[in-house]
Design a protein around this ligand. Structure first.
Ligand code: FES
Length: 258
């Protein structure tokens, strides 16, 4: 979650009125979690380096201009942080509005329903309305006008998981998991703005023909239903799961086993 805690000199700061002491180099987000304060986030996780792309974790720091991302901001002695000011709440709601304006609203039939961080964050920031015109990935855009020439089709070539680009929020968690957890470097981000999407590389037609080794690190890292196990799509969420380590490659990435 943000920059991992390090073995540095102790640093004391104040977050939302609570004093906390953490090792030097710890992110503000992680320091907040140490005292039970949850900052909304989409692109940060416990297992991969902070990237600061989603801008949902912004905070205010007294004496500093702007609203820095708490996942990439290291703590400093005497720092006074506000994670719940009306300004950062408004910014987060605006960010979520933009995400949802270009996201399919088929949550009830999505395989990630109930296990979707985008859904969780929309609730957490209190998003109730979206003021913007639906983007091309919006549910209505995908279903009411017939074949949409702009719509990028799903990639179901891999035997274990499917990729639905319309649900991608381009947080790059899958790309970073592929690099940092698996060391495969099979994924990249292509395009810009509304055109940006995760890709197994321009040289490949699909996941199956790419350098992907089907380790599942990207599926595990995905916060939405973009990369989803086929077993979950076809059979639903397993009633029970355990986190284990497969013997396939010995890298040690964890995955859910039914
Ligand atoms: Fe910090 Fe995404 S969680 S910018």
């Amino acid at each position: 979650m943000g920059t991992p805690a390090k073995e540095g000199a102790p640093v004391t700061l104040t977050i939302d009125g609570f004093e906390v002491t953490v090792p030097e180099g710890t992110s503000v987000m992680r320091a907040a979690s140490e005292i039970g304060l949850q900052v909304p986030k989409l692109c940060a996780t416990d297992s991969i380096d902070a990237f600061g792309s989603c801008r949902l974790c912004v905070v205010e720091i007294e004496g500093r201009r702007g609203t820095p991302a708490s996942c990439t901001t290291p703590v400093a002695p005497g720092m006074v942080v506000h994670t719940q000011s009306s300004r950062v709440k408004q910014i987060r709601k605006g960010v979520m509005e933009l995400y949802i304006s270009d996201h399919p609203l088929d949550c009830l039939t999505c395989a990630a329903n109930g296990d979707c961080e985008l859904q969780d964050m929309a609730g957490m920031v209190g998003l109730r309305d979206v003021r913007y015109e639906p983007g091309r990935n919006h549910f209505e855009q995908r279903t009411s006008v017939g074949p949409n020439p702009e719509y990028i089709p799903k990639d179901v070539s891999n035997p274990y998981f499917a990729y639905d680009p319309a649900k991608c929020i381009v947080c790059s968690r899958c790309v970073r998991a592929c690099e940092e957890v698996q060391g495969t470097f099979a994924l990249t981000i292509e395009g810009r703005g509304f055109e940006s999407r995760v890709s197994p590389g321009a040289a490949f037609d699909d996941f199956l023909s790419s350098d992907c080794v089907s380790c599942g690190a990207c599926v595990q890292a995905c916060p939405t239903g973009t990369l989803q196990e086929k077993s979950v799509i076809e059979l639903g969420t397993p009633e029970r799961s355990v986190v284990t380590t497969c013997a396939y490659c010995g890298v040690g990435c964890s995955f859910k086993a039914e």
